[in-house]
Design a protein around this ligand. Structure first.
Ligand code: FAD
Length: 539
């Protein structure tokens, strides 16, 4: 979008998107005394279900707090469009996510450095993980004690979760007391981004600590509709607030933190992206950049569900008098089922011998639910679920603007299971889960495997099940990938290649997926980005 600036706002830094990354970048930059405007398309995070951890289920399809995207029907999913929730509220997806705290594997970051991302080895990113968090467990050498992000263990652990952890050890997986410590392999209990009894989104941690600063201005219900450019320099942002069209000028730079879907989309509608595609949808080309919207990577998972006997699962706690008791317990003690996220224990392991680091994450939930509707509908009977997640998939997809209209959703084509190795890893993960469920500590409480069911054994039937019932674990990354190759969108300091005054800082810059969930790696990226921005302007 060409500029003719009579901006009604201006700031040294303009950050687009107050999500996991945007809240961190804006807060850290405001600490320097520079003026910062943070634009967020959603509204304030007042809805009580955002803050009660178990309220997450009601946010998955919330019409106002969620972008509610859908992927295109594709062969990978037997032509099913998949629902892709994303937070549209202060805190972004950190306000609606499962709160699982997973840093990933040291090899992920060493791998980024190998791909040309100088400065991103594990040793170089570890300080940013540490400065972001505040956790009391684990080893002082790798865990942070005084960062804004509160990290806690589960306050209440159902016996069924202990059964899983014991069964996994019986099946040969070693116990790991801290899955975010020096080593990731093995079985362990989950940690959560929770502060006391309440969710610890980046809005309620980082941003809450910074909002008193007069040099930080947070503008909600402000949908960025285009980047303002003068030649190859980004000078500001156009946005809509209600019916009003407004602009904000950036004295130093614009930082796009709209997430893996919206960041490449905003670049596209602003004329930055693959020229051929932009022309085909009628967007004037400002800067031809082939990789914008490509390299989409996501975690595609299948579930193994068992009916349970002689144990309480969340299914019973979520209804009738037990639910009433849990509500009182939460209010009085801050404990119990309302403080739960989704996954209470996990295994990190390998699909075959000889790998240097885990390529599988097995996530345990002491509950069962309709897998086609994710966690929204719990079964009436008690149950337990293990999710099989190939954590380093080879399939790659795209997110492309479908029209020049910044308010129209882009086309999401994840291309799931297009790489045959992803199917092999899924099948291996399913075998691991079945070994765990067959181990004595879980066999004694299992009635039967409901899904996929004993008939699904051969690789071909596993593949058909995966295409029919598999789903996203909500971890799309990579559409503005960092690197130095021709498909890279940002350089290792997260500056958009070929443009001045413009960075992308969010999950979209990851060149590959991390071994696990993506919230905390995104927060680490934002911490490191803030430091790089400070350094670049001090130089
Ligand atoms: C349902 C769900 C469950 C998840 N569970 C977990 C989990 O348990 N653990 C974990 O580690 N990860 C989890 N994740 C993934 C994790 O939350 C994301 O990877 C992470 O939040 C991504 O951060 P981000 O900053 O890239 O994007 P987001 O946090 O999505 O932030 C983007 C922000 O930008 C705003 N925005 C977008 N476009 C514009 C625009 N044009 N103008 C203004 N504002 C704009 C959005 O409204 C949003 O607030 C989950 C995700 C979802 C959706």
């Amino acid at each position: 979008m060409a500029t003719n600036l009579s901006a009604d706002l201006n700031a040294d830094y303009v950050v687009v998107g107050a999500g996991s990354a945007g809240c961190v970048v804006a807060s850290r930059l405001a600490e320097t005394g520079a003026s910062v405007v943070l634009l967020e398309a959603g509204g304030p995070d007042r809805h009580p279900m955002i803050h009660i951890p178990a309220g997450m289920r009601s946010l998955l399809r919330h019409p106002r707090l969620n972008w509610n995207y859908h992927s295109e029907p594709e062969p990978g999913t037997a032509n099913r469009p998949l629902h892709w929730p994303r937070g549209k509220v202060l805190g972004g997806s950190s306000s609606i996510n499962g709160m699982l705290y997973v840093r990933g594997n040291a090899a992920d970051y060493d791998g980024w450095a190998q791909l040309g991302c100088r400065g991103w080895t594990y040793d170089e990113v570890l300080p940013f993980f540490m400065q972001s968090e505040s956790y009391t467990g684990g080893d002082d050498r790798v865990r942070g004690r005084s960062g804004p992000l509160k990290v806690e263990d589960y306050r209440t652990v159902l016996p069924l979760t202990h059964n899983f952890v014991e069964a996994a050890q019986q099946a040969g997986f070693p116990f790991n007391p801290d899955l975010n410590g020096a080593a990731q392999d093995g079985v362990g209990y989950s940690q959560m981004t929770r502060r006391g009894r309440l969710r610890g989104s980046t809005a309620r941690t980082y941003l809450a600590e910074a909002r008193h600063r007069p040099n930080l201005r947070v503008v909600t219900d402000a949908m960025a509709t285009g980047l303002l450019t003068e030649g190859k320099r980004c000078t500001g942002v156009a946005f809509r607030q209600g019916e009003a069209a407004r602009t904000v000028k950036a004295n130093r730079e614009v930082i796009v933190s709209g997430g893996t879907i919206n960041s490449p989309h905003l670049l596209h509608v602003s004329g930055i992206g693959p020229a051929e595609h932009l022309k085909s949808i009628g967007v004037p080309v400002v800067h031809d950049l082939a990789g914008v919207g490509r390299n989409l990577i996501d975690h595609y998972v299948v579930r193994v569900v068992h009916r349970v006997r002689d144990r309480i699962s969340i299914n019973q706690l979520a209804r009738g008098f037990r639910l009433a008791r849990e509500v009182v317990r939460f209010a009085v003690t801050g404990r119990g089922a309302l403080t739960f996220g989704v996954t209470t224990a996990q295994v990190f392991t390998m699909s075959r011998e000889g790998l240097a680091s885990p390529d599988l994450q097995l996530l345990f939930t002491p509950a069962s639910y309709d897998p086609t509707r994710m966690l929204s509908i719990l079964d009436k009977e008690p149950g337990m679920t293990a999710v099989v997640c190939p954590v380093r998939p080879s399939s790659r997809g795209t997110i492309m603007a479908a029209s020049p209209d910044p308010l129209a959703p882009p086309a999401i084509r994840p291309n799931y299971l297009s790489a045959s190795d992803d199917i092999r890893v899924l099948a291996a993960g399913l075998r691991h889960v079945r070994r765990i469920f067959a181990a004595p500590a879980l066999a004694e409480v299992s009635v039967a495997e409901l899904r996929p069911g004993p008939d699904i054994e051969s690789d071909a039937s596993v593949e058909a099940y995966a295409r029919r019932e598999g789903t996203t674990l909500y971890h799309p990354v990579g559409t503005c990938k960092m690197g130095v190759d021709p498909m890279a969108v940002v350089d290792p300091r997260l500056r958009v290649h070929g443009m001045a005054g413009l960075r992308v800082v969010d999950a979209s810059v990851m060149p590959t997926l991390t071994t696990g969930n993506t919230n905390v790696p995104t927060i680490m990226i934002a911490e490191k980005a803030a430091q790089m921005i400070r350094e670049d302007w001090a130089a």
